[in-house]
Ligand binder design. Structure first.
Ligand code: BTN
Length: 320
């Protein structure tokens, strides 16, 4: 279906006949008509009918591989897969990785019916308003380095959002969330398959609330979107491309440059309001309170408590 959208975009200012579209994508005119009907059902605004030809009325903001690939040239993200609806892109990516999908495979969906977050939370994944993206990585690293990859993904989201709109100021909340005005707009779910000393593959799943204008009642106090913060509607395609380009740089540096691991930890600490000097409650080991004291060399969070420094491995932190 992406190829037909690409043909319509390539001829955006004119009416294109069904015959021409059919020959460009190598199908029949009746199949073109069927695809046009499907695209309309998905909200793509296409004028015309079989007798007159078709024209795109407005540019659809779909995360189609044909539109994304040219923006990702030179990155590891070359193997792009797009769904209109799926359960969870992390599940799709994990299944694909288990079956040998190469490093840099990307799985995007316009909508998820079973989007997941950490701790079995759901990730609200309404159609074509957010980015629901999972990538397959195969780093030659020990399992203990995977947290740094997740922190690098957070830095990449932060950089991409600021590239899209320099007026936005996303805050990194250790280890996996990004917030604006104290509410979450992005969550990162990192899952891996590993041997004791070596990662087999890592799935980094990134959910970004981009153009939502509201959330269900149970999320209203905690969730926001870029659009709700600024009042601006954004191109998910531009944001997704900026995110994957930025993540590609972070990831390749991590594998290739000896100083990159420490650089990720340092930049994460500098760009997060919660890593140093924040009064927090930690939901780990029955829960405790303290003041954050930075990250250790593996990326774990140090918290000073009445009983001394405690290292948080995976718990959720909440401001006090
Ligand atoms: C969290 O908040 O704990 C993480 C949320 C991660 C959501 C993304 S959306 C794309 C990918 N697919 C999923 O099912 N989850 C991640």
């Amino acid at each position: 279906m992406g190829r037909i959208v690409k043909v319509l975009i390539d001829h955006a200012t004119v009416v294109v006949s069904g015959t021409k579209i059919a020959s460009e994508i190598g199908t029949s005119r009746s199949e073109v008509w069927r695809l046009i009907q499907q695209l309309r059902a998905l909200g793509v605004d296409i004028g015309g009918h079989p007798a007159t030809g078709y024209s795109l009325k407005s540019m659809p903001d779909l995360l189609l591989p044909d539109l994304l690939a040219p923006l990702l040239q030179g990155t590891i993200f070359r193997n792009l897969h797009h769904f209109y609806k799926t359960g969870s892109t992390n599940n799709v990516a994990m299944d694909a990785a288990n079956s040998g999908a190469p490093e840099g495979s990307v799985f995007l969906s316009e909508q998820q019916t079973a989007g997941r977050g950490r701790g079995n939370h759901q990730w609200h994944s309404a159609r074509s308003v957010g980015i629901y993206c999972s990538v397959v990585l195969r780093p030659k690293l020990p399992p203990s380095d995977v947290l740094v990859i997740a922190l690098a993904a957070g830095l990449a989201v932060q950089a991409a959002v600021q590239e899209l709109d320099s007026g936005l100021a996303p805050d990194l909340k250790w280890p996996n969330d990004l917030l604006m005005n104290g509410k979450k707009f992005c969550g990162i779910l990192t899952e891996m398959s590993a041997e004791p000393t070596q990662v087999r593959h890592v799935i980094v799943g990134i959910g970004i609330n981009v153009n939502q204008t509201s959330f269900p009642a149970d999320l209203q106090a905690s969730a926001t979107s870029l659009r709700m913060v600024s009042g601006t509607e954004y191109s998910r395609l531009q944001l997704c491309a900026a995110l994957l380009k930025s993540f590609d740089r972070e990831y390749r540096d991590l594998l290739g440059r000896p100083d990159a691991h420490d650089s990720i930890l340092r930049r994460f600490s500098e760009r997060s309001s919660s890593v140093c000097g924040a009064h927090v409650h930690v939901d780990e080991n029955g829960g405790f309170e303290g003041v954050t004291e930075g990250l250790d060399s593996r990326g774990f969070l140090k918290v000073r408590t009445a009983a001394g420094i405690r290292t948080v491995l995976s718990g959720t932190i909440r401001p006090r």
